[in-house]
Design a protein around this ligand. Sequence first.
Ligand code: NAP
Ligand code: COA
Length: 262
Amino acid sequence: MTTFAAGQLKGKVAFVAGGTSGINLGIAKGFAAQGAKVAVLGRNPEKAASAAALIDPAGANAIGIAADVRDFAAVDAAFKQTVERFGPIDIVISGAAGNFVAPALSISSNGFKTVVDIDLVGTFHVFRACYAYLQRPGASLIAITAGQATHPHRGQAHVCAAKAGINMLVKCLAMEWGADGVRVNGISPGPIDGTEGMARLTPTPEKTAALIAKIPLGRYGRIPEIADMALFLSSESAGYITGTILDCDGGGQLLSTSGELG
Ligand code: NAP
Ligand code: COA
């Protein structure tokens, strides 16, 4: 449950790429609960429509858009549609991602490229395309990255490489766009309960328990905790924060430089 004062995003417009399920849907719901109008984007049209209906059953303040972040023209069209419906965009989340666990020797060229294209190139597409549609100054752009960006994991070479690229992209864009009043940051969640990501990474109760035992705070994170961090980064309280990757991981980043998944 958020501890933020109610209505702090009243009149704001948020666009959440990958916002049709999991953590990003939780972020979109958090924004809407604070009064924002919200667009969520994912590949599956039915999933996008039901996510929008979940966010705002009345349909006035949320839209679901089907597009693949690997397709720049489709991403650009999604921003255009959002602006035509709600007006200039104040907040952009880039959270679409793909993951599977596989040792590098089991990953084909296309398998590696697929994850880099969705996570890293997709984030470039989302941030590059949104620029023309932003409320400037004042916009807040947030990439959803992961501990894989900074800690090597077995079976995650593709994801580690892609997320590391996202962290650096965030810092470069923060430098280039700061003068226009556009802040660019990242959120690095730890393992979050009830998500597709953790279903893939720790698929058994034994692996889940082993990972939890390593986390300093001794539990998985909760989706609303990531939503609150996105809310903070998008608020005026974070007006002097840019180019930063904020960990929300129960202290997981304090572990050894090699993050083992259970
Ligand atoms: P999820 O429920 O699978 O959400 C992924 C979202 O991205 C869905 O909306 C999905 O919709 C969309 N998507 C996937 N590929 C896409 C593409 N090519 N184009 C457009 N949309 C696409 O995943 P999650 O576990 O909540 O993870 C969300 C984010 O948090 C990811 O960036 C992940 O790396 C990060 N993260 C998660 C955890 C965790 O504990 N789960 C930990 C650290 C970081 P469609 O399938 O319809 O396209
Ligand atoms: N091990 C090795 N390679 C794998 C794999 C696995 N478990 N799963 C997929 N791949 C490879 C495929 O074999 C293919 O390569 P190939 O053409 O050389 O055979 C390549 O990845 C692309 O697979 P495809 O299924 O066509 O990709 P897609 O674009 O339809 O789906 C994925 C992308 C693979 C990332 C899919 O898991 C996905 O859509 N994930 C989104 C949800 C998600 O991962 N959520 C968690 C976020 S943390």
